[in-house]
Design a protein around this ligand. Structure first.
Ligand SMILES: NC(=O)c1ccc[n+]([C@@H]2O[C@H](COP(=O)([O-])OP(=O)(O)OC[C@H]3O[C@@H](n4cnc5c(N)ncnc54)[C@H](OP(=O)(O)O)[C@@H]3O)[C@@H](O)[C@H]2O)c1
Length: 357
């Protein structure tokens, strides 16, 4: 027999999303409010099994999915291709094809339309929903998702966003209460998606979280992998090495923060998820090169940094969105103790587990 405990708290209007506008003048969108709201909660104690649904079974989705599956959860998710679907099914996940690009309401009866309906139908059974598809799922499928979740078992949902919503702050500190000022269309879309998911979660009366992530790295996706598998950095990668305070986070710590948000009932919806050390990428790559040199020196043969490109960018003084992002709320409210508080710890653990193929 399942038991149900319901708490209903009046919700505030703060952070409510306003209708999307057609204007391209995104920097003047003063109606974009920081998505830091408290909302009413329907807390459910459910005795039947946990079922996580990952809208987007990417790097984070898979890392978390494996953890949850080992603990006996049912894990479902979506991806873009049949090849990946088969691979993930081989690991024991229930997988659906779901692609925003393919969505077209006039073709809802085509095979793609069927895929969408089929994957979203399964949402009804999910107890936890993680959204790791970049914006904007709700733009296309809000009604479908609302209907599935409203009649379903979900009691926690989490949208993975990015610290890019803060924009440029000239190297000064920002935290979750800093009004976002996204400086490109993708960041604007992320902020709109944050608000839309918070509103949906509040309307459903479920726990809803927005996690603003720094650059995610981990096994298979790190400076070590770039050096070993890719070789010399591309011009764009070298250009990005000039950022002074790029926020980053190890995937294991992303998952730790997600798990903490599942297990705690916080009054806040929005959290920055980053480590303690926003070191420049050039420093990270330099450390990664030293690790490769110690362990696999032959992998560095013929690889050198294009010093000329580095100098050119240094001379032009090009600035890329600079800010230092606080992780205090993540620690104090979610109780996260970082497994990898800096890139050195993260890279060393990746190097230890690295299997050269
Ligand atoms: N990577 C970073 O450094 C970083 C930093 C800040 C925020 N984020 C955001 O955090 C989230 C999780 O990051 P991640 O590294 O795990 O992302 P990821 O590995 O790129 O995974 C994204 C997932 O979304 C799916 N997807 C991509 N475009 C789609 C579309 N148009 N329609 C439907 N599905 C689509 C992908 O399908 P496939 O599995 O078939 O590829 C994948 O499952 C993402 O939203 C990402 O943008 C990432």
């Amino acid at each position: 027999m399942s038991s149900l405990v319901v708490f209903s708290v009046p919700k505030t209007g703060a952070g409510r999303v306003l209708p999307l506008r057609e204007s391209n003048d995104f920097q003047s969108r003063s109606w974009l409010r920081p998505a830091t709201v408290r909302c009413g909660l329907r807390l459910e104690v459910q005795e039947s099994g946990n079922h996580a649904f990952m809208l987007g079974m990417g790097f984070v989705g898979q890392f978390l999915g494996h953890q949850l599956k080992e603990e006996g959860w049912k894990v479902s998710g979506t991806c873009l291709s049949e090849i990946k679907k088969k691979k993930l099914e081989g690991s024991g996940f229930e997988i659906f094809i779901y692609s925003l690009e393919d969505y077209d309401s006039s073709r809802i009866s085509t095979s793609y339309g069927f895929h969408h309906q089929e994957s979203l139908f399964t949402l009804q059974d999910a107890t936890h929903l993680l959204i790791s598809i970049p914006p904007s799922v709700l733009h296309f499928h809000r009604d479908l998702i609302w209907n599935r979740l409203k009649n379903g078992r979900v009691h926690w949902l989490c949208y993975l966003s990015s610290t890019s919503v803060y924009g440029d702050h000239g190297g000064y500190w920002v935290d979750e209460d800093t009004p976002p000022k996204p400086e490109n269309e993708l960041a604007v879309a992320r902020l709109e998606a944050e608000n839309a998911w918070i509103n949906l979660g509040c309307d459903l009366g479920v726990h809803v979280y927005v996690l603003r992530l720094g650059g995610i790295y981990g096994p298979g996706r790190s400076a070590l992998d770039t050096i070993i598998k890719q070789g010399p950095l591309s011009k764009d990668q070298q250009r990005r090495q000039h950022r002074r305070y790029p926020p980053r986070i190890h995937v294991a710590d992303v998952c730790q923060a997600i798990r903490a948000s599942m297990n705690k009932s916080s009054t806040w919806n929005v959290f920055n998820i980053i480590d303690d050390d926003p070191a420049p990428r050039s420093e990270v790559f330099s450390y990664a090169r030293s690790l490769v040199m110690q362990r696999w020196p032959d992998k560095l043969d013929g690889i050198s940094v294009d010093q000329e490109t580095l100098n050119q960018h240094a001379q032009t003084g090009e600035l890329i969105e600079e800010k230092r992002v606080s992780n205090n709320r993540m620690k104090s409210e979610l109780g996260v103790e970082l497994l990898h508080p800096n890139y050195r710890s993260g890279l060393e653990s990746i190097a230890r587990g690295y299997q050269l193929r």
